[in-house]
Design a binder for this molecule. Sequence first.
Ligand code: SF4
Length: 402
Amino acid sequence: MRSETQIDILLADPHLAPELKNIAQKVKNSERITFDEGVLLFEKGDLGYLGTLANYIREKRHGDFTYFNRNFHIEPTNLCVYDCKFCSYSRLIKQRAEGWELTMEDMMNIVKKYDGQPVTEAHIVGGVLPQYDFKFYTELFRAIKAHRPELHVKALTPVEYHYIFKKAKLSYADGMRLMKEAGLESMPGGGAEIFHPEIREKIAADKCTGEQWLQIHEEWHKLGMRSNATILYGHIESYWHRIHHLEELRKLQDRTGGFQTFIPLKFRNKDNQMSNVAEVSVIEDLKNYAVSRIYLDNFDHIKSYWAMIGRDTTQLSLAFGVDDIDGTIDDTTKIYSMAGSEEQHPAMSTRELVDLIKHVNRHPVERDTLYNVLTDYNNYDFSAEEKEAGFIALPVINEGIN
Ligand code: SF4
Protein backbone atom coordinates (compact mmCIF):
# COMPACT_ATOMS: atom_id res chain seq x y z
CA MET A 1 0.00 0.00 0.00
CA ARG A 2 1.44 3.41 -1.06
CA SER A 3 0.26 5.10 2.10
CA GLU A 4 1.93 2.47 4.34
CA THR A 5 5.31 3.25 2.79
CA GLN A 6 4.68 6.96 3.25
CA ILE A 7 3.85 6.63 6.94
CA ASP A 8 6.97 4.50 7.47
CA ILE A 9 9.10 7.19 5.83
CA LEU A 10 7.49 9.74 8.14
CA LEU A 11 8.21 7.62 11.22
CA ALA A 12 11.85 7.27 10.20
CA ASP A 13 12.29 11.05 9.79
CA PRO A 14 14.81 12.19 12.43
CA HIS A 15 13.58 15.80 12.15
CA LEU A 16 9.95 15.05 13.03
CA ALA A 17 9.00 16.45 16.46
CA PRO A 18 8.60 13.64 19.04
CA GLU A 19 4.96 14.51 19.81
CA LEU A 20 4.07 14.35 16.10
CA LYS A 21 5.96 11.08 15.72
CA ASN A 22 4.01 9.70 18.65
CA ILE A 23 0.72 10.58 16.93
CA ALA A 24 1.92 9.04 13.65
CA GLN A 25 2.78 5.83 15.50
CA LYS A 26 -0.69 5.77 17.08
CA VAL A 27 -2.28 6.16 13.66
CA LYS A 28 -0.16 3.34 12.28
CA ASN A 29 -1.20 1.15 15.25
CA SER A 30 -4.90 2.14 14.83
CA GLU A 31 -4.87 3.71 18.29
CA ARG A 32 -7.11 6.62 19.21
CA ILE A 33 -5.55 10.07 19.58
CA THR A 34 -6.43 12.33 22.51
CA PHE A 35 -8.19 15.71 22.56
CA ASP A 36 -4.90 17.56 23.11
CA GLU A 37 -3.26 15.64 20.28
CA GLY A 38 -6.12 16.70 18.01
CA VAL A 39 -5.45 20.37 18.81
CA LEU A 40 -1.73 19.77 18.32
CA LEU A 41 -2.37 18.37 14.84
CA PHE A 42 -4.02 21.63 13.83
CA GLU A 43 -1.33 23.76 15.48
CA LYS A 44 1.82 21.89 14.55
CA GLY A 45 1.03 19.42 11.77
CA ASP A 46 2.10 20.61 8.33
CA LEU A 47 0.13 19.70 5.25
CA GLY A 48 2.45 16.89 4.12
CA TYR A 49 2.39 15.25 7.54
CA LEU A 50 -1.39 15.50 7.97
CA GLY A 51 -2.01 14.24 4.43
CA THR A 52 0.19 11.20 5.03
CA LEU A 53 -1.69 10.21 8.18
CA ALA A 54 -5.16 10.90 6.79
CA ASN A 55 -4.43 9.10 3.54
CA TYR A 56 -3.10 6.11 5.44
CA ILE A 57 -6.41 5.80 7.28
CA ARG A 58 -8.43 6.47 4.12
CA GLU A 59 -6.64 3.80 2.11
CA LYS A 60 -6.70 1.30 4.97
CA ARG A 61 -10.49 1.65 5.14
CA HIS A 62 -11.41 2.12 1.50
CA GLY A 63 -8.36 1.65 -0.71
CA ASP A 64 -8.86 3.90 -3.72
CA PHE A 65 -12.66 3.62 -3.68
CA THR A 66 -14.31 7.03 -3.97
CA TYR A 67 -18.04 7.03 -3.48
CA PHE A 68 -20.79 9.21 -4.88
CA ASN A 69 -24.53 8.91 -5.04
CA ARG A 70 -27.31 10.20 -7.22
CA ASN A 71 -30.01 12.11 -5.46
CA PHE A 72 -32.06 15.20 -5.93
CA HIS A 73 -32.66 18.03 -3.58
CA ILE A 74 -35.90 19.54 -2.35
CA GLU A 75 -35.64 22.83 -0.50
CA PRO A 76 -39.15 23.51 0.82
CA THR A 77 -38.48 27.13 1.73
CA ASN A 78 -35.68 29.63 2.23
CA LEU A 79 -37.71 31.56 4.78
CA CYS A 80 -36.77 30.89 8.34
CA VAL A 81 -37.84 31.85 11.81
CA TYR A 82 -34.20 31.73 12.87
CA ASP A 83 -31.46 34.20 12.14
CA CYS A 84 -28.11 32.44 11.92
CA LYS A 85 -25.42 35.00 11.29
CA PHE A 86 -23.53 32.88 8.73
CA CYS A 87 -26.61 31.98 6.66
CA SER A 88 -26.66 33.49 3.18
CA TYR A 89 -29.61 31.42 2.17
CA SER A 90 -32.47 32.17 4.49
CA ARG A 91 -34.72 35.22 4.46
CA LEU A 92 -36.50 36.23 7.62
CA ILE A 93 -40.27 36.17 7.43
CA LYS A 94 -40.34 39.97 7.09
CA GLN A 95 -38.46 39.52 3.78
CA ARG A 96 -41.09 37.12 2.52
CA ALA A 97 -41.11 38.65 -0.95
CA GLU A 98 -37.55 37.43 -1.55
CA GLY A 99 -38.30 33.88 -0.56
CA TRP A 100 -40.03 30.76 -1.78
CA GLU A 101 -42.49 28.45 -0.01
CA LEU A 102 -43.23 25.18 -1.77
CA THR A 103 -46.57 23.47 -1.28
CA MET A 104 -47.02 19.73 -0.88
CA GLU A 105 -48.02 19.62 -4.53
CA ASP A 106 -44.90 21.56 -5.61
CA MET A 107 -42.72 19.10 -3.76
CA MET A 108 -44.46 16.04 -5.18
CA ASN A 109 -44.03 17.56 -8.64
CA ILE A 110 -40.28 17.70 -8.03
CA VAL A 111 -40.33 14.05 -6.97
CA LYS A 112 -42.31 13.12 -10.10
CA LYS A 113 -39.90 15.02 -12.33
CA TYR A 114 -37.34 12.33 -11.54
CA ASP A 115 -39.62 9.39 -12.35
CA GLY A 116 -37.73 6.95 -14.52
CA GLN A 117 -34.37 8.50 -13.70
CA PRO A 118 -31.71 6.53 -11.85
CA VAL A 119 -31.81 8.51 -8.61
CA THR A 120 -31.83 6.67 -5.31
CA GLU A 121 -32.46 9.41 -2.76
CA ALA A 122 -34.60 12.48 -2.09
CA HIS A 123 -32.69 14.91 0.08
CA ILE A 124 -35.03 17.36 1.81
CA VAL A 125 -33.87 20.29 3.88
CA GLY A 126 -34.69 23.97 4.10
CA GLY A 127 -35.63 26.84 6.37
CA VAL A 128 -37.88 26.54 9.41
CA LEU A 129 -41.44 27.88 9.15
CA PRO A 130 -44.58 27.17 11.22
CA GLN A 131 -46.61 25.68 8.35
CA TYR A 132 -43.97 23.01 7.75
CA ASP A 133 -45.03 21.14 10.84
CA PHE A 134 -45.34 17.57 12.06
CA LYS A 135 -48.49 16.95 10.01
CA PHE A 136 -47.01 18.45 6.84
CA TYR A 137 -43.79 16.47 6.86
CA THR A 138 -45.30 13.14 7.89
CA GLU A 139 -47.80 13.52 5.03
CA LEU A 140 -45.00 14.43 2.63
CA PHE A 141 -42.88 11.43 3.58
CA ARG A 142 -45.90 9.13 3.22
CA ALA A 143 -46.75 10.63 -0.17
CA ILE A 144 -43.18 10.17 -1.48
CA LYS A 145 -43.01 6.56 -0.31
CA ALA A 146 -46.45 5.82 -1.80
CA HIS A 147 -45.37 7.29 -5.14
CA ARG A 148 -41.91 5.70 -5.32
CA PRO A 149 -41.31 3.17 -2.53
CA GLU A 150 -37.66 2.45 -3.38
CA LEU A 151 -36.65 6.13 -3.18
CA HIS A 152 -34.72 6.72 0.05
CA VAL A 153 -36.07 9.66 2.05
CA LYS A 154 -33.24 11.54 3.75
CA ALA A 155 -34.76 14.58 5.37
CA LEU A 156 -34.55 17.43 7.86
CA THR A 157 -32.08 18.11 10.60
CA PRO A 158 -32.43 18.45 14.39
CA VAL A 159 -32.98 22.16 13.83
CA GLU A 160 -36.30 21.41 12.14
CA TYR A 161 -37.15 18.41 14.32
CA HIS A 162 -36.58 20.32 17.55
CA TYR A 163 -38.95 23.06 16.35
CA ILE A 164 -41.56 20.65 14.96
CA PHE A 165 -41.62 18.39 18.02
CA LYS A 166 -41.84 21.30 20.43
CA LYS A 167 -44.85 22.65 18.55
CA ALA A 168 -46.46 19.20 18.44
CA LYS A 169 -45.65 18.61 22.15
CA LEU A 170 -43.74 15.44 21.31
CA SER A 171 -40.59 14.11 22.97
CA TYR A 172 -37.58 13.61 20.70
CA ALA A 173 -37.94 9.84 21.08
CA ASP A 174 -41.64 9.77 20.14
CA GLY A 175 -41.15 12.33 17.37
CA MET A 176 -38.37 10.42 15.66
CA ARG A 177 -40.31 7.15 15.97
CA LEU A 178 -43.32 8.72 14.29
CA MET A 179 -41.13 10.21 11.53
CA LYS A 180 -39.70 6.76 10.91
CA GLU A 181 -43.19 5.30 10.72
CA ALA A 182 -44.11 7.98 8.15
CA GLY A 183 -41.21 6.97 5.86
CA LEU A 184 -38.12 8.86 7.02
CA GLU A 185 -35.10 6.65 6.37
CA SER A 186 -32.10 8.74 7.28
CA MET A 187 -31.06 12.16 8.52
CA PRO A 188 -28.58 14.49 6.83
CA GLY A 189 -25.86 16.10 8.92
CA GLY A 190 -26.77 19.80 8.82
CA GLY A 191 -27.41 22.18 11.69
CA ALA A 192 -24.39 21.08 13.71
CA GLU A 193 -22.35 24.26 13.01
CA ILE A 194 -20.09 24.50 16.09
CA PHE A 195 -21.49 22.76 19.16
CA HIS A 196 -19.68 24.74 21.83
CA PRO A 197 -22.02 27.43 23.26
CA GLU A 198 -19.24 30.03 23.31
CA ILE A 199 -19.35 30.09 19.50
CA ARG A 200 -22.84 28.77 18.82
CA GLU A 201 -24.43 31.61 20.79
CA LYS A 202 -22.62 34.11 18.59
CA ILE A 203 -23.45 32.58 15.21
CA ALA A 204 -26.68 30.62 15.73
CA ALA A 205 -28.13 31.70 19.04
CA ASP A 206 -31.81 30.92 18.60
CA LYS A 207 -31.96 27.45 17.08
CA CYS A 208 -31.42 24.11 18.83
CA THR A 209 -28.33 23.83 21.00
CA GLY A 210 -25.42 21.54 20.27
CA GLU A 211 -26.62 19.25 23.03
CA GLN A 212 -30.12 19.05 21.54
CA TRP A 213 -28.65 18.34 18.09
CA LEU A 214 -26.75 15.40 19.56
CA GLN A 215 -29.78 14.15 21.55
CA ILE A 216 -31.98 14.01 18.44
CA HIS A 217 -29.36 12.05 16.50
CA GLU A 218 -29.01 9.72 19.47
CA GLU A 219 -32.77 9.03 19.55
CA TRP A 220 -32.68 8.36 15.81
CA HIS A 221 -29.74 5.98 16.16
CA LYS A 222 -31.53 4.13 18.97
CA LEU A 223 -34.18 3.22 16.41
CA GLY A 224 -31.44 1.44 14.43
CA MET A 225 -31.30 4.25 11.87
CA ARG A 226 -28.36 6.10 10.30
CA SER A 227 -27.44 9.75 9.92
CA ASN A 228 -24.58 12.07 8.98
CA ALA A 229 -22.79 14.88 10.80
CA THR A 230 -21.24 18.19 9.78
CA ILE A 231 -19.16 21.03 11.15
CA LEU A 232 -19.22 24.63 9.91
CA TYR A 233 -15.56 25.62 10.11
CA GLY A 234 -13.38 28.57 9.24
CA HIS A 235 -15.02 31.57 10.90
CA ILE A 236 -14.67 32.71 14.53
CA GLU A 237 -14.00 29.32 16.09
CA SER A 238 -10.59 28.19 17.36
CA TYR A 239 -8.91 24.84 16.73
CA TRP A 240 -9.93 23.88 20.26
CA HIS A 241 -13.61 24.44 19.37
CA ARG A 242 -13.23 22.27 16.27
CA ILE A 243 -11.73 19.42 18.29
CA HIS A 244 -14.41 19.84 20.96
CA HIS A 245 -17.00 19.41 18.18
CA LEU A 246 -15.27 16.28 16.84
CA GLU A 247 -14.95 14.92 20.37
CA GLU A 248 -18.71 15.25 20.99
CA LEU A 249 -19.38 13.37 17.75
CA ARG A 250 -16.81 10.68 18.52
CA LYS A 251 -18.36 10.11 21.97
CA LEU A 252 -21.87 9.77 20.56
CA GLN A 253 -20.62 7.46 17.83
CA ASP A 254 -19.00 5.26 20.49
CA ARG A 255 -22.43 4.91 22.12
CA THR A 256 -24.56 4.33 19.02
CA GLY A 257 -22.49 3.66 15.88
CA GLY A 258 -25.25 5.42 13.94
CA PHE A 259 -23.23 8.00 12.00
CA GLN A 260 -22.12 7.11 8.51
CA THR A 261 -20.33 10.17 7.21
CA PHE A 262 -18.72 13.34 8.46
CA ILE A 263 -18.94 16.38 6.20
CA PRO A 264 -16.84 19.48 6.91
CA LEU A 265 -18.67 22.55 5.58
CA LYS A 266 -16.64 25.63 4.80
CA PHE A 267 -17.88 29.02 5.99
CA ARG A 268 -18.50 31.28 2.98
CA ASN A 269 -18.91 35.00 3.57
CA LYS A 270 -21.08 36.33 0.78
CA ASP A 271 -24.31 38.16 1.65
CA ASN A 272 -24.56 37.22 5.27
CA GLN A 273 -24.13 38.93 8.63
CA MET A 274 -20.55 37.65 8.91
CA SER A 275 -19.26 39.10 5.67
CA ASN A 276 -16.54 40.87 7.62
CA VAL A 277 -15.02 37.51 8.56
CA ALA A 278 -12.40 36.36 6.04
CA GLU A 279 -12.70 32.90 4.52
CA VAL A 280 -9.95 30.39 5.24
CA SER A 281 -7.50 29.16 2.60
CA VAL A 282 -7.44 25.90 0.66
CA ILE A 283 -4.57 24.82 2.93
CA GLU A 284 -6.89 25.17 5.91
CA ASP A 285 -9.62 23.21 4.08
CA LEU A 286 -7.25 20.32 3.46
CA LYS A 287 -5.90 20.39 7.02
CA ASN A 288 -9.43 20.29 8.32
CA TYR A 289 -10.34 17.24 6.20
CA ALA A 290 -7.19 15.48 7.32
CA VAL A 291 -7.58 16.18 11.05
CA SER A 292 -11.24 15.12 10.85
CA ARG A 293 -10.20 11.82 9.24
CA ILE A 294 -7.54 11.22 11.88
CA TYR A 295 -9.66 12.22 14.90
CA LEU A 296 -12.92 10.48 13.97
CA ASP A 297 -11.57 6.95 14.14
CA ASN A 298 -15.08 5.53 14.50
CA PHE A 299 -16.60 7.19 11.40
CA ASP A 300 -16.52 5.23 8.15
CA HIS A 301 -16.60 8.10 5.68
CA ILE A 302 -15.44 11.70 5.20
CA LYS A 303 -17.22 13.60 2.45
CA SER A 304 -16.46 16.76 0.48
CA TYR A 305 -18.89 18.87 -1.55
CA TRP A 306 -17.43 19.95 -4.83
CA ALA A 307 -20.18 22.54 -5.27
CA MET A 308 -18.95 24.27 -2.13
CA ILE A 309 -15.15 24.00 -2.35
CA GLY A 310 -14.70 23.74 -6.13
CA ARG A 311 -13.48 20.92 -8.33
CA ASP A 312 -9.73 21.29 -7.80
CA THR A 313 -9.91 21.32 -4.01
CA THR A 314 -12.25 18.33 -4.18
CA GLN A 315 -9.66 16.38 -6.15
CA LEU A 316 -6.99 17.37 -3.63
CA SER A 317 -9.25 16.39 -0.72
CA LEU A 318 -9.15 12.79 -1.94
CA ALA A 319 -5.52 12.70 -0.76
CA PHE A 320 -6.45 14.20 2.65
CA GLY A 321 -8.86 11.63 4.03
CA VAL A 322 -11.94 12.16 1.87
CA ASP A 323 -13.46 9.04 0.30
CA ASP A 324 -16.90 10.34 -0.69
CA ILE A 325 -17.95 13.18 -2.99
CA ASP A 326 -21.32 14.81 -3.24
CA GLY A 327 -22.13 14.35 -6.11
CA THR A 328 -23.70 14.71 -9.50
CA ILE A 329 -25.78 17.87 -9.57
CA ASP A 330 -28.25 19.50 -11.82
CA ASP A 331 -28.33 22.88 -10.13
CA THR A 332 -31.11 21.90 -7.71
CA THR A 333 -29.57 23.55 -4.70
CA LYS A 334 -29.05 27.21 -3.97
CA ILE A 335 -27.32 26.71 -0.63
CA TYR A 336 -23.75 27.18 -1.82
CA SER A 337 -24.20 29.54 -4.73
CA MET A 338 -26.04 31.97 -2.45
CA ALA A 339 -23.18 31.79 0.06
CA GLY A 340 -20.56 32.82 -2.47
CA SER A 341 -19.27 29.52 -3.86
CA GLU A 342 -17.33 29.76 -7.13
CA GLU A 343 -19.85 27.30 -8.59
CA GLN A 344 -22.81 29.61 -9.21
CA HIS A 345 -24.72 27.05 -11.30
CA PRO A 346 -23.30 23.76 -10.17
CA ALA A 347 -23.80 20.98 -12.67
CA MET A 348 -21.80 17.83 -13.20
CA SER A 349 -22.74 14.70 -15.09
CA THR A 350 -21.85 11.23 -13.89
CA ARG A 351 -19.20 11.02 -16.57
CA GLU A 352 -17.58 14.29 -15.48
CA LEU A 353 -17.62 13.20 -11.86
CA VAL A 354 -16.14 9.83 -12.74
CA ASP A 355 -13.40 11.57 -14.75
CA LEU A 356 -12.70 13.97 -11.89
CA ILE A 357 -12.13 10.99 -9.58
CA LYS A 358 -10.11 8.98 -12.09
CA HIS A 359 -7.81 11.91 -12.91
CA VAL A 360 -6.36 11.63 -9.42
CA ASN A 361 -6.04 7.86 -9.70
CA ARG A 362 -8.98 6.95 -7.51
CA HIS A 363 -11.67 4.37 -8.17
CA PRO A 364 -15.19 5.81 -8.71
CA VAL A 365 -18.09 3.88 -7.23
CA GLU A 366 -21.74 4.81 -7.16
CA ARG A 367 -23.38 3.98 -3.84
CA ASP A 368 -26.83 4.20 -2.34
CA THR A 369 -27.54 6.21 0.82
CA LEU A 370 -26.38 3.34 3.05
CA TYR A 371 -23.16 2.81 1.06
CA ASN A 372 -24.21 -0.33 -0.74
CA VAL A 373 -22.23 -0.35 -4.00
CA LEU A 374 -24.51 0.11 -7.00
CA THR A 375 -22.12 0.57 -9.94
CA ASP A 376 -18.37 0.30 -10.26
CA TYR A 377 -17.33 3.02 -12.69
CA ASN A 378 -13.63 2.25 -12.89
CA ASN A 379 -13.85 0.61 -16.31
CA TYR A 380 -17.34 1.73 -17.19
CA ASP A 381 -18.18 2.28 -20.85
CA PHE A 382 -20.39 5.36 -21.23
CA SER A 383 -20.69 5.21 -24.99
CA ALA A 384 -23.88 3.14 -25.18
CA GLU A 385 -25.82 5.39 -22.77
CA GLU A 386 -24.62 8.60 -24.32
CA LYS A 387 -25.62 7.43 -27.78
CA GLU A 388 -29.06 6.41 -26.60
CA ALA A 389 -29.82 9.51 -24.50
CA GLY A 390 -27.87 12.12 -26.39
CA PHE A 391 -26.77 13.19 -22.91
CA ILE A 392 -26.73 11.85 -19.38
CA ALA A 393 -29.41 13.51 -17.29
CA LEU A 394 -28.13 13.96 -13.84
CA PRO A 395 -29.74 15.14 -10.84
CA VAL A 396 -28.32 15.09 -7.47
CA ILE A 397 -27.02 16.36 -4.31
CA ASN A 398 -26.12 18.25 -1.21
CA GLU A 399 -26.26 18.36 2.48
CA GLY A 400 -28.52 20.48 4.52
CA ILE A 401 -28.17 24.01 5.36
CA ASN A 402 -29.41 24.00 8.81
S1 SF4 B 1 -28.87 28.09 8.80
FE1 SF4 B 1 -30.86 27.08 8.75
S2 SF4 B 1 -31.83 27.58 10.73
FE2 SF4 B 1 -30.17 29.07 10.40
S3 SF4 B 1 -31.19 30.83 9.40
FE3 SF4 B 1 -30.32 29.51 7.75
S4 SF4 B 1 -32.05 28.20 7.18
FE4 SF4 B 1 -32.57 29.07 9.19
